[in-house]
Design a protein around this ligand. Structure first.
Ligand code: UDP
Length: 323
């Protein structure tokens, strides 16, 4: 049985990856310090003997007994609100955290896949963004702690690949959504759906003309699975190229939820990228991957998930994560 370590395993993406690798017959070790992750996301796996959970901060020395075939480094705050609240931890998990993962991978002779991000392109001057674009990032702006940590993480991973010959993979993840997003993580989808559910107006930042391209989580997980098992060590964009303005997105959520509230405009945050859309030519040709779930289908599943949460879950997601 192949053994895989997933850091950030109790998070939104990490927990979906745990599910996928359990389904594929792997022994899964999830690691999380639970700052932004939530045990609720993986509690359904605890009874399985092929699943283990380590409550550990990846920025500190990692010890995992036994063999490891793969390491997925998915630990990191990932929403602008989160990394503004915990900027130092964000920088540490992308630098010290990846160093620990790469060191562990060398000892275990494991293959490492790291979660990078479309944020490495910053506020892009090239549209859509191909992997060859080097980006337009402000290192000292509010997003710098995340963007630069992820860029460092890519550089460190490449260095281990070229200097130590380590097997490495880099996925650049574009905006992804689905069940298990945290309702108060500040990202646009949980923000809008949470507001609709509470009967509040939807807070659109700026005039809503900025664009994003939203990928459903199952599509993303399939892309990551294929990349891990491929032999391609350069970065690969995984995302859905179906681009939409935030204003149109808000209108879709209003229609989906049937709320009688409206979109209101709040100031645009500093350095908020004006446009974002992945060029997925590489993913198509190298991995034979492209997204399958339309926004209409994915949003419906995600809305049903948020509606199904108990009052207790909603309270926990909204209040206990004030770090
Ligand atoms: N946004 C918004 N209202 C909100 C939260 C976000 O209009 O309540 C906007 C935000 O300014 C950005 C886009 O939605 O332009 C996506 O934001 P998110 O935080 O989800 O991710 P980003 O792609 O900016 O990292």
């Amino acid at each position: 049985m192949k053994r895989i370590l997933i850091t950030g395993g109790a998070g939104f993406l990490g927990s979906h990856l745990c599910d996928r690798f359990i389904k594929e017959g792997y022994h899964v070790i999830a690691m999380d310090n639970l700052i932004t992750g939530d045990l609720k996301n993986i509690e359904h796996l605890f009874h399985l003997k092929q699943f283990e959970f380590y409550h550990h901060d990846v920025s500190k020395f990692i010890h995992v007994p036994g063999e490891l075939d793969y390491i997925l480094h998915f630990a990191s705050p990932a929403s602008p609100i989160d990394y503004l609240k915990i900027p130092i931890q964000t920088l540490k998990v992308g630098s010290l955290g990846i160093h620990n993962c790469l060191g562990l991978a060398r000892v275990k002779n494991a293959r490492v896949l790291i979660a990078s991000t479309s944020e490495v392109y910053g506020d892009p001057n090239v549209h859509p963004q191909p992997e060859e674009y080097w980006g337009n990032v402000n290192p000292v702006g509010p997003r710098g702690v995340y963007d630069e940590a992820k860029r460092f993480q890519e550089a460190m991973t490449m260095a281990y690949h070229t200097y130590h010959g380590l097997e490495t993979r880099i996925v650049r993840i574009f905006n992804t959504y689905g069940p298990r997003m945290r309702l108060n993580d500040g990202r646009v989808l949980p923000a809008f759906i949470g507001q609709a559910l509470r009967g509040e107006d939807l807070t659109m930042f700026g005039d809503g003309s900025q664009t994003r391209s939203f990928c459903y989580v199952d599509d993303l997980v399939e892309g990551i699975y294929r990349l891990l098992l491929s032999d391609y060590a350069q970065p690969v964009n995984i995302g859905n190229p179906d681009e939409i303005t935030i204003k149109e997105f808000g209108e879709e959520i209003i229609k989906l939820t049937g709320t009688s509230q409206k979109l209101i405009s709040l100031p645009l945050p500093t350095d908020d990228p004006k446009q974002r859309k992945p060029d997925i030519t590489k993913a198509r040709s190298i991995l034979g991957w492209e997204p399958k779930v339309s926004r209409a289908e994915g949003l419906k599943i995600t809305y049903d998930y948020f509606k199904s949460l108990s009052k207790e879950d909603l309270f926990r997601m909204a209040h206990h994560k004030e770090f």
